[in-house]
Design a protein. Sequence first.
Length: 270
Amino acid sequence: MFQFTITDSEFNSFRTFIYDNAGINLSDEKKTLVTSRLSKRLRHYSLDSFQQYFDLMMASVQSGERQVVIDLLTTNETYFFREPKHFSFLEREILPKWKGGKTLRVWSAASSTGEEAYSIAMLLDDMLGNHPWEIFGSDISSRVVKAAQKGHYQQTRIDGIPVAYLHKYCLKGVDEQEGTLLIDKKIRQKVSFSSVNLKNPLGNIGSFDIIFLRNVLIYFDMETKIKIIRQLVDKMKPDGYLFIGHSESLKGIHDGLEAIIPTVYKKAVS
């Protein structure tokens, strides 16, 4: 099969596009990734160069080709109960103190295909009993949002789920669905998903008691990080919590937040 080659100029065009639209910095080392992920679109349109595809994308507002590029160039690595220390903290320090009555709202702010949101949902259902709760999952990629809404996964993806939760919240596929599992409807009906670009104004999504923004900030420059954190703090309820990834830091950009433990912050009382 013919292999396309991307020039420095073409790569810079896509790098500028993804930064302007998603706030993500693509390093020079990502040139191979851009080439491999976008080559299929060149073949789809029978094009000869990445410049031709870039021109088509920029001219094709109605076709949604720009969203296709965003979907292809944003990384969506995730799995169930990723970074288990966060779930232990949630279980030990936050949920036991939750007072029933008002609805506990949690935002999985880079939910990818939904594993994080459904992991949180299993824990909330298990610990809160009849106390009301809801989860909002979002991602910039409309493709992964559609996958998350289905709550349908290959069994090869479920290693992190505790055995008790597998039995309680997951339906094993049979016949033509063998090798897959479906998140139980009682969990799925309390989890909603939508496409959200964290770089843009967040709109009317309400306020949250807990926000998970894990393994996302590493893709942004400092200016974009500051903007995103400010927006998230505005969406946090008093005494709300923010979780970031274990490889990330809010050093110098956590105005309005106080560190509780590494990678867990609480909204400061003004």
